[in-house]
Design a protein around this ligand. Structure first.
Ligand code: ZN
Length: 242
């Protein structure tokens, strides 16, 4: 973590009213003194998990309770699929099955995806969140023998059980035979070979560009259950409310 993040995490402990910055509390039972982590330390550990998983700051405190009633009634079927995924997470992780989110931008896909990842972290799973382009760049650097990129990619392939890849349509805006496409296709194959449960998202509706993908990639993406969100964008809603 960088200095600023370190300071922020450290201040959680230093400002803790329960332990006064000690980071632990003690309980006594007969002659035995037990030392346990204070809640502030548990909070810091959770924050570090979110940072390591690449979950952006703006989605860390968001919960499903923040969804508007209007959005919920308009998208009850899709939210049901999300709920089912969460309830059957063990099965999805062992089968390597996942979800494919589509909607126009600003409807809360990212917040919902990050919330699934947070629930998975609580269940003890290893997760990772990235934009399609970030993962392509990671793979590209790994192919160029960048040691850090090789280690990160290896960690994803060996340990991550749920991987979120957002904005995949941006990769396919590039020409079919271009390098980002080729690298991304290779990455998708790697993910499926590693049996990782994928949460893919796109701001464009599926068929528009999927038909241009190589058939073996189309087949793999077809294994993901579609989750489509409808509605006007959150930005528009906010403007309407004044
Ligand atoms: Zn404390």
């Amino acid at each position: 973590v960088d200095d600023k993040t370190y300071e922020k995490l450290n201040s959680i402990r230093m400002n803790c009213k329960l332990c006064g910055g000690l980071g632990y509390s003690t309980t006594q039972e007969d002659d035995d003194i037990h030392i346990v982590d204070c809640v502030c330390v548990t909070r810091i550990k959770n924050e570090i998990q979110l940072i390591e998983a690449g979950i952006p700051l703006r989605y860390r405190n968001w919960t499903f309770k923040d969804l508007t009633q209007k959005f919920k009634s308009k998208n009850s079927r899709s939210l049901g699929i999300v709920r089912n995924y969460i309830l059957n997470m063990d099965k999805h992780i062992s089968n390597g099955t996942g979800l494919y989110f589509t909607s126009q931008p600003g409807l809360g896909k990212s917040a919902i995806i990050c919330n699934i990842l947070k629930k998975a972290l609580k269940n003890g799973y290893t997760v990772y969140y990235g934009l399609g382009f970030e993962l392509v760049s990671l793979k590209f650097r790994a192919l160029r023998q960048d040691a850090e990129a090789i280690a990160t990619l290896k960690n994803i392939l060996n340990n991550v059980q749920i991987l979120a890849i957002e904005e995949i349509e941006k990769i396919y805006l590039a020409a079919e035979t271009s390098m980002p496409n080729q690298i991304f296709n290779e990455l998708i194959i790697n993910m499926y070979d590693a049996n990782i449960s994928l949460l893919v998202s796109s701001n464009a509706f599926r068929p528009a560009y999927e038909e241009t993908l190589p058939p073996f990639i189309q087949d793999r993406l077809k294994n993901l259950t579609s989750v489509t969100f409808l509605g006007s964008s959150a930005r528009v809603d906010r403007r309407k409310q004044g």
